[in-house]
Design a protein around this ligand. Structure first.
Ligand code: SF4
Length: 323
């Protein structure tokens, strides 16, 4: 099959658009969608100046999504002094897995000359995921602990670096899976949170507020195209799966959506278009009814903002300590 744009051999057929693309034009198309998302989500406000630049912290795991995001943003804003990028990697304490992906992060950020910081569960919380999996005091899947710890560190460090935005590499498939899982669970509050955290307009940031606004500039790009982009450009992405990966339910949803997409091209895009509207309505509803989680106050252990006396991260750490 030939590329619709230049006639060279195509590496990809995007069934949802009907287009065949060679490596070069696939990469151009991915970059165009990321840049359009940056514009449409207003990531770079008009009042950003070289003297008062926007600082964006990117969660960089070394996997294909965050590597591609870092590459595209770095190239897009390489000559633009209104944007400063900081890549933040988190070491969860997973033997034989995270060390390799952190090496990929180092290579990428060295190549791009992007500031790179690494923090670890061991230093921050005195836990390692390999041990958490062994102890498992809450009888939960490993990712349930890991997701809480990761989110806490990304938010805490984005706040410490005085970031204007916290960017993550979620792609279209990730977002469509989350949308469908929220539908299936009938969880309007979760939809409202999802919208406020990363799909809706950015709130004005209060200087005392710890929540740094989040954005997902890859959210219009299907996972397969992100993977192809990394491959065509030979980016140092680490593709081995985590040995503790355990989100079985998400895996089922993923397989189902991919099978449906085969027969109904464009399904993921239409899921997201409808979901964003519903999530926006849910966000309005819970905002006008006060807060999604009631009164927020500082966690009595770590001071982070929570709807309970002790935040979820500290309560998990207490359980692990007692195990
Ligand atoms: Fe953590 Fe699960 Fe990701 Fe492994 S797959 S790094 S346990 S969230």
């Amino acid at each position: 099959m030939e590329c619709d744009t230049c006639g060279r051999d195509a590496v990809h057929h995007a069934a949802y658009s009907g287009r065949h693309l060679c490596g070069e034009h696939l990469c151009e198309s991915v970059e165009r969608r990321v840049r359009r998302r940056v514009r449409e989500d207003d990531l770079l406000p008009d009042d950003a100046t070289p003297a008062d630049p926007q600082r964006w912290v990117i969660g960089l795991s070394g996997g294909k999504d965050s590597v591609v995001l870092t590459q595209i943003l770095s190239e897009t804003f390489a000559e633009d002094p209104r944007v400063e990028l900081v890549a933040l990697s988190i070491h969860e304490g997973i033997e034989g897995y995270r060390d390799e992906s952190l090496a990929a992060c180092e290579r990428l950020t060295d190549d791009l000359d992007v500031t790179h910081e690494t923090v670890s569960y061991a230093e921050e919380f005195d836990v390692r995921m390999d041990e958490v999996v062994e102890d498992d005091p809450e009888n939960m899947a490993p990712c349930a602990y890991c997701g809480v710890f990761r989110r806490d560190l990304l938010e805490a460090y984005a706040d410490e670096y005085d970031a204007d935005k916290l960017l993550t590499g979620h792609n279209l498939d990730d977002e469509a899976q989350t949308a469908v899982m929220n539908f299936f669970e009938g969880d309007l509050r979760q939809m409202a949170k999802h919208y406020d955290a990363s799909l809706g307009p950015f709130p004005d940031r209060n200087p005392t507020d710890r929540f740094v606004p989040r954005a997902k500039p890859l959210r219009d790009v299907p996972e397969k195209e992100v993977a192809l982009y990394a491959h065509v450009r030979d980016l140092p992405a680490h593709i081995t799966e985590c040995p503790h990966a355990s989100e079985a339910y998400r895996g089922e949803i993923q397989e189902t959506l991919l099978a449906l997409e085969e027969d109904h091209p464009g399904l993921r895009h239409s899921i997201m278009a409808g979901y964003e509207e519903i999530a926006a309505m849910a966000a309005d509803r819970y905002r006008s009814a006060a807060d999604h989680d009631g009164e927020l106050s500082p966690c009595e252990e770590c001071g982070s903002t929570t709807a309970h006396d002790v935040c979820r991260k500290c309560s998990l750490l207490r359980s692990l300590e007692a195990a």
